[in-house]
Design a protein. Structure first.
Length: 283
């Protein structure tokens, strides 16, 4: 059972379909490039650059339909924002890491950089839909265009990119847009990077709250009001969102919902899919 809202394919000239993963056009970079450490998210240890043992020779995951059951929840919630196919098909022209092992290390690094750039593209595109931040739209459009330009660079250019500097400038702009969007909601609640692990926030009024990079792991947010809250980078692993209202949430991404718990009463913004592992029927 699923509950999907369609999102326009194109916003402000950027085709959002390019920011959605297409595993069939990727060289399984997310199954090879990152490090895995045994935890609630991963059942095994895996070194960076080493293929996951569940990866088949056709570059498909052998347990894709059983990731959660097999202890690979981290894989189930991962989203590359389309960076995988961009690196595979554009940056490296369809030549994979097995055929050219001499470029493998660089490809894995470029993949990580591209993913960050694509995530920024997603947030900048959303910021341009915030009417309260209209005074920043020209700056946001320029930041979007510059980020797009960077994603089209060569492998060497991407590998040498000062991602931290570009990210700081873009994130500063995103924060300003968020502040304008939330300005009319008082009182202002700031939980930036707050440790709210396991916190009891059932029924809390968090309208317009700044929850950027907050640690909400296993927090109880049942029936909480999160309308217009800024949740960029917030950690929702095992957060209980049952009955919560997330409509109008700013900078929410699908992987945050996939990492959380929820139910059929959870109110979602448009364009999000209700995760199938949520409790979707009354017990």
């Amino acid at each position: 059972m699923s509950d999907t809202n369609e999102q326009p394919a194109s916003v402000t000239g950027l085709d959002l379909r390019d920011l959605r993963s297409d595993c069939a056009r990727c060289f399984a970079l997310c199954c090879v490039a990152p490090t895995f450490a045994v935890s609630v998210d991963f059942a095994i240890n895996k070194k960076a650059g080493k293929p996951c043992p569940n990866l088949h020779s056709d570059l498909r995951c052998g347990i894709h339909t059983q990731l959660r059951q097999q202890g690979f929840r981290g894989c189930a919630v991962y989203d590359c924002f389309g960076a995988g196919q961009k690196v595979s098909q554009l940056t490296y022209g369809g030549s994979d890491w097995r055929q050219n092992p001499q470029t493998a290390a660089q490809m894995f690094r470029v993949f990580s950089i591209m993913r960050s750039l694509h995530e920024l593209l997603w947030y900048l595109t959303e910021a341009l839909t915030l009417q309260q931040a209209k005074s920043l739209h020209d700056e946001l459009q320029r930041a979007l265009a510059e980020t797009e330009r960077l994603t089209a660079g060569s492998a060497d250019e991407l590998a040498q990119l000062d991602l931290a500097a570009h990210g700081r400038a873009a994130n500063s702009l995103l924060l300003r847009a968020s502040e304008l969007a939330r300005a009319d909601i008082q009182p202002q609640k700031d939980f930036t990077r707050a440790d709210l692990i396991g916190a009891n926030l059932q029924g809390a009024d968090l309208r317009g709250a700044n929850l950027r990079e907050a640690y909400l792991i296993a927090a109880d947010l049942r029936d909480a009001d999160l309308r217009m809250a800024d949740v960029i980078g917030a950690d929702f692993r095992d957060t209980d969102l049952s009955g919560a209202d997330l409509t109008g949430c700013i900078f929410l991404i699908q992987s945050q919902l996939d990492a959380a718990k929820g139910d059929a009463a959870t109110k979602l913004p448009h364009a999000f899919t209700r995760p199938t592992h949520w409790q979707l029927v009354a017990p």
